[in-house]
Design a protein. Structure first.
Length: 192
């Protein structure tokens, strides 16, 4: 039960030992994943025609696609970021501590600044900048309101929660892949 990693033109994905990459996630090419980050089930992170960098304690939730634009836009995802289920991040920059909602789309050359939030389902168009401390929503996305202290606290709680959950999944998969279980019959014994 290992994740799917493929080289592209001789470059393999590089993943910190403390990161969790789900068994059905695919990492291709020039991809780096930092410490304590997590890439969940069904994600595709494809660094084939440009580079992808993912910082520390960032989580990329189930079904998300991260890609790049050939010779123009890499994808730079900082540290302490929450990216919701089924998001699309394409050739964009996400600065440390931002939040991307479920099914949101952030396109080529767009920047989501530290401490900014993109709402679920929003479309941040090419070259747009979401300023720190703002919530953007809609299609196309625009400012809805300033973020509150409660919103900012939620970001920190969420990244820590996913960091811990990723560690737990790593422990479970290590156990399930160990010699203790050779046919899955003892899998119910795992209750850690």
């Amino acid at each position: 039960m290992s994740d799917i990693r493929y080289p592209w033109r001789g470059t393999w994905p590089r993943v910190d030992d403390t990161a969790f990459v789900a068994p059905t996630a695919a990492l291709i090419g020039d991809v780096e994943v930092g410490a304590d980050s997590s890439i969940w089930f069904g994600c595709t992170v494809r660094g084939d025609v440009h580079e992808i960098r993912i910082g520390e304690r960032t989580n990329i939730q189930d079904g998300t696609v991260v890609h790049v634009t050939a010779d123009k836009f890499g994808c730079y995802i900082g540290s302490d970021i929450l990216i919701g289920h089924s998001a699309l991040i394409h050739g964009a920059t996400l600065e440390d501590g931002c939040f991307i909602g479920m099914r949101a789309t952030v396109l080529d050359g767009a920047v989501v600044e530290s401490g900014a939030m993109v709402a679920a389902g929003a479309l941040v168009g090419p070259g747009k900048r979401v300023p720190s401390g703002e919530l953007w929503a809609g299609t196309p996305a625009k400012k809805m309101r300033d973020l509150t202290e409660e919103d900012m606290a939620m970001f920190k709680d969420g990244t820590e929660g996913y960091r811990l959950l990723g560690q737990e999944y790593n422990e479970m998969l290590t156990y399930l892949n160990s010699d203790v279980i050779d046919d899955g019959s003892d899998a119910d014994d795992y209750d850690d």
